[in-house]
Design a protein around this ligand. Sequence first.
Ligand SMILES: Cc1cc2nc3c(=O)[nH]c(=O)nc-3n(C[C@H](O)[C@H](O)[C@H](O)COP(=O)(O)OP(=O)(O)OC[C@H]3O[C@@H](n4cnc5c(N)ncnc54)[C@H](O)[C@@H]3O)c2cc1C
Length: 465
Amino acid sequence: MSQGVRIAVVGGGVTGLSAAHRLRTLLGPTAEILVLEAADRTGGKIRTVDLAGHRMDVGAEAFLARRPEMPLLLAELGLAGAVGERGELVHPSGLPSLIRSGAAAHPMPQHTLMGIPASAAGLGALVGPDTRARIAAERTRPLEWAAGDDTDVASLVSDRFGAEVTRNCVDPLLGGVYSGSAATIGVRAALPTLAAALDAGAASLGEAVERALPQSRPGPVFGAVRGGYDVLLRALEAAAAAEIRLSTRASGLTPSGDGWWLDPVGQVDAVILAVPAPELATLLGRNAVPAAAAAASIELASSAVVALALPPDAPLPRNSGMLVATGESTHAKACTLSSRKWPSLGGPDSQLLRMSFGRYGQEDVVDLPDAQLIALAIEDLRTMFGVTGTPLDAVVQRWHDGLPQYGPGHDGKVAAIESGVAALPGLAVAGALLRGVGVPACVAGGRAAAEQIVAKVTGRAAGRV
Ligand SMILES: Cc1cc2nc3c(=O)[nH]c(=O)nc-3n(C[C@H](O)[C@H](O)[C@H](O)COP(=O)(O)OP(=O)(O)OC[C@H]3O[C@@H](n4cnc5c(N)ncnc54)[C@H](O)[C@@H]3O)c2cc1C
């Protein structure tokens, strides 16, 4: 039934490659699957580089192992199972991470939802006595929240608990995930379980957090692939058996017959758009004007990663890394002590780490020359950990428009995009701009888009294929 079917996937990031792989699985070997990628490599925000002879991720480095998508995908690709059991799945060491606040290192806040506490008990010295008293009193202050409300995280948390909690606990964690801050991230899209607890009538923010906190479960929270994400990308490409056209930017999309005319590849039966928000807006264009406008209104944040290899005897602390509170004097917003965090990384010859710079609204640092970014990373290493010396190797990776900002009202934009695209047969959309920036959410979105398209081109439900 898939004989002669020609489907294009626009965007060769992990979303697009996951879509292509799912298309191949469902349609079999005869379908023609094209992946158009504007850059000269696949992977998008995922990139594995050589650093002092080791393979090191300078974009995404991990995934939430408790979501089902990555274990399922790794199993399909023959990469599941721990190293040594013929698999490539690795887990972090479990060494604690730190937060730098008030020019000192603190343990990560405990029992919080992205740094938002249910009580002051797990915050240690990240907040002072006034804030502790305010958090305790918050339970008795009436909360104004109507079901369906949305606001930015900073407004909610600062109003209820005080700005110290936002700066020292919430900003560092949100900065890590979205490259934004609590002021640019919306409650509903970034913390859906918290929004649900508020909608359900929680009497205070503390109570809502308590209700929304996930049950603690045994087993590691995060996973990664030994050898870096590149291993996953290559396995996806091999299994998708798609024709991948690098340095090929999709530049126009027009309905044509039963399918689409996609410049520059011509007539196709269906198209999956797996590109960032601005490119999605351009390609949707006149085909879905409100959806294109919604995509165009999603802001993006740029950042830079400086990966360093240090001599094996550099006295790095026994921690996985350090996040930085708002207002600190360091230039970096976070440091991952990669070979402390991932026992599979590095070796007897070197220790590897990553410094991250730039967050939404503070992006000038991203375009500093490489040498200056490396110098800032070395300076911050001394400030954060007292470690001095010359790196053995360094790689600078800039991520312009790297992460979409899920601001207040993001869900409405997603609904506008999805309903606009749903009205266009043979077109599907997926990617980090929609329902989660993490790799598992991107994989889920890519696969779901493929299933929609298969249902259209074969006229049957993908789940039964
Ligand atoms: C620094 C950083 C660290 C991160 N760390 C993690 C992490 O540890 N764990 C995690 O789960 N997530 C992490 N993320 C998030 C995650 O990496 C991304 O959200 C995800 O990789 C996005 O995948 P995507 O395929 O949706 O989009 P992209 O990776 O942006 O891919 C889209 C592709 O489309 C191409 N394209 C654009 N326009 C066109 C066009 N017109 N024609 C053809 N091609 C086009 C682009 O070149 C790009 O390759 C991180 C992100 C960044 C930036």
